[in-house]
Design a protein around this ligand. Structure first.
Ligand code: SF4
Ligand code: SF4
Length: 178
């Protein structure tokens, strides 16, 4: 039987070969979905500080070599939830009124949150650069949430994100072996 000790967690490392290319991700996710689901259930029961430490360490390793500009899956396939303060920030950057940001770029989703009205995001360009980068929504800055505290609260969300973000997939797959 495998152990879930914190010593096992501290041994986890992410290297370049662990992070799939964006175009491989859907197939890999489908093949390993039930393994990842079981892992997230198991990880919810282990020491939260040990889990945070392992996930943050793998996040730093992965984003030390992985170039988001070669991916942009998040910007192309999902919208962040957008707060009123994000609308104000975007309006400043675009030099239009907040009401025009809402009218031109946003809709309300089934949870009542503002989201971009279309995917890919209207602000991503052909080279995967964000044209409002300095004023992008908070949720964009925080994605994919693998450097946040209390990761045990983000396990369900991360399972969804593992289908979108190659780094989240790689981190969860490593954790599934513990
Ligand atoms: S605002 Fe920028 S970072 Fe956020 S989804 Fe759009 S392109 Fe991506
Ligand atoms: S955060 Fe994840 S999904 Fe978004 S561009 Fe970076 S690697 Fe890709």
């Amino acid at each position: 039987m495998r152990s879930s000790s914190s010593a096992d967690l501290t041994d986890l490392k992410i290297v370049e070969a662990d992070v799939p290319r964006p175009e491989q991700l859907k197939t890999l996710f489908r093949a390993n979905q039930s393994l990842l689901l079981k892992a997230t259930k198991r990880l919810a029961k282990i020491n939260p500080r040990s889990l945070d430490s392992a996930v943050h360490s793998m996040h730093d390793q992965a984003f030390g070599f992985y170039d988001c500009l070669l991916c942009a899956n998040c910007c192309r396939s999902i919208s962040p939830a957008i707060r009123y303060s994000d609308v104000d920030d975007m309006a400043k950057k675009l030099r239009i009124k907040p009401s025009e940001v809402v009218e031109k770029y946003l809709r309300t989703d089934s949870d009542g949150d503002f989201v971009f009205h279309s995917a890919p995001c209207p602000f991503i360009d052909g080279d995967n650069y964000c044209s409002i980068y300095s004023h992008r929504p908070k949720a964009c800055r925080e994605y994919p949430h693998t450097d946040r505290s209390r990761f045990y609260q983000l396990l369900k969300l991360s399972l969804k994100n593992a289908e979108i973000c190659p780094v989240v997939y790689a981190i969860l797959l490593k954790l599934s072996a513990v």
